[in-house]
Design a protein around this ligand. Sequence first.
Ligand SMILES: [Mn+2]
Length: 467
Amino acid sequence: MEMGLERDARRAADRIAEAESVTIISHIDADGISTESILAQALARAGISVTSVFVRQLEPMAMRHVPKDDSLKLFTDLGAGQQILLSDHGLDADDVLIIDHHVSQPCGTAYPQVNCLDFGITRMSAAGIAYLVAKAIDPANADLAKLAVVGNVGDMMARENCGLVGPARDIVQDGVAYGNIVVQKPDLNCYGTSTRPVHVCLGYCDDPYIDGISNSTTGALRFLEKLGVTLKNPQGGWLVWEELPFDDRRTIISALAQQLIAHGRETDRLLAETYIFPDEPGRTVLRNASEYATLLNACGRWAKPKVGSSICCGDRGDAYRDAEYMLAHHRSVIRDLLQYILDTGVTELSHLQYIHTGDRFPDTIVGIGAGMALSKLNWRKPIMVLAVMVDEPEVIKVSMRTNEWAIARGVDLQGALVEASAAVGGAGGGHRIAAGAFIPHDAEEEFIDGVNRILKRQFAPADTGDS
Ligand SMILES: [Mn+2]
């Protein structure tokens, strides 16, 4: 484990231990929710009174949710990049502790912070840092490593390397030692291995894209039937991937690898390290890290992060029922969005493709739809979806997605959106592969052109290399 980060986590734990009461201000996605639940549980166990507030984004409007009281304000999975806002809000360095993995904004007030980026650790999410703090508060908090893994996976920290690496991987080991995480390696790199019939799981998988199987559950079923593996249980119900015998899984994986090779595709993304939670019931979304994270994201997308937090804290009653309902609803709305994008069609510029969905879909979900649409459209061009924010009609929410192919050629959506949005008086952020921005509604055209120009510049070295 990186010593500097551990030292900062220890310092944060000491600061928290001195506090009479704490307010956690966290982000509404899977990482933000798991982060909040790790800290809320660790603090409650230590007898510290804690209140939580979730925000979609830390912007001026959201600051009214930060109470003006004596509590220590713990900004988690956000805050690092908004320190001037904290300062403008009148918060002193003594009132604040930031636990974040985003790039820090230079600020006149020296807010104490635990940030993995300070130590060159880029593949760790806020939940991972929160876990280190929780462990510094009390080593008995090792059971919370599981939630840190959910947050890390939810924030795509396992994506690039098909598994968690570095200090985030060390946290996995804590969970394995505690007994609530089982590492499967190598495992199929597809979503839904604990809940979906195998052909559905494969049919929905598009990273890697497998010809004849991706985007076709019937194609996937035909493929599996030819292999002669048993796909149903004795009662006639479909088995999920996790329930297949080891030999059948191996047979399927090698056939999938052959299918990829036969179509001239790389096989390196077929397998991944996955994280199973043996203390959760089988055939539920709580059974593995990626489905658990998706459940939490669904709670956030429907503006009910506290439901997700309750689940992280062990509620398997009302909260779990509510979340499952949202997850089901969430998928159908995303399906509708995907269909809308495909039916309506995108406008293609030289280096990007875009569509405006107006106020048809919640702005919180358009990014997911964009990601799903990309593999069915021209996957070489990053996709941009613009949406009207229902509660703020003057503001347009922009979501962009691209893929590993474009990243390898120099594309950085975070960089592109930060630069282009700043030029029109907006604000952007995110990651190389997925980023978002808020822009004034009357600056749309200028903004889209700006992003296209920046992408052209980013692609340029690879473009000349290919020709
Ligand atoms: Mn995060």
